[in-house]
Design a protein around this ligand. Sequence first.
Ligand SMILES: [Zn+2]
Length: 281
Amino acid sequence: MTDIPADAETRRAVAPVICYPNDTLPKVDLALYRGAREGARKVDEVLVPPREAMAFRVAAGQFFRISSVEGPQVGDLNLWNAHDLSERFYSGKTRALHGTHLSTGERMWSAFPFLRPMATITEDTLGWYGIDGYGGSVHDVIGTRCDPYTHNLLSGGQYHHCCHSNLTRALVDATGMTLAEAEPHVHDVLNVFMCTGFTRDTGQYFMKASPVRPGDYLEFFAEIDLLGALSACPGGDCSSEHSSDEAACYPLLVEVFAPEEGALQGWSQPGTNGYDRTHGR
Ligand SMILES: [Zn+2]
């Protein structure tokens, strides 16, 4: 038992300071992106079946849209540099820079030593949701991805359609790698459409039924050439449980759009991070 100091309340009353004020981040020119999107044409689409994942490719300067179709469904999104899988989405640093949930104008940042925007969110039809009375919001970067290891730890059994396994198989199918080669490339996700937060009393990660409805979408601008993989989570709308075949699950649609020639005047691919990597030696 630890003793509570006499000034405990004074210490608790210290006001918080934002860890990473983000007003010095490179500015996002939404008007430029939206102008380019206006004349864009669809060049590819992938329908992700329920409890499965599919990979897709998006060239730098193109857009991709993830849509709810048929019924409420959340998706677990992984992104890699299409030419170097070691450059992959960094959920933790994205959270540190933008907060727990992403929306329009915010970015998916890549891992060290690259740390550059991989994709920028240009449209979010769930942007109206905000933060609800439980502290919940949509499109989080606080969860990891449902996986068979945690499932086995907590409940036993062998379940093969967690997002972790779905993403692993999708990466195998996209690259020809073995399962063992592909699995370490799977990483913490952007939880597309998922409604989550932390309970105020115990600080535990919670989920609740996603407000997503068919027709809702989240759209991104690809800042670099991307290989993506999206899993239609076995949790469905995540109103009750995941990591089982109990929940109602629906497909998710991924569409890729290419702007017209010359529509991105003034835009260039972001360079990798400027730190010299000498680490003081
Ligand atoms: Zn999942």
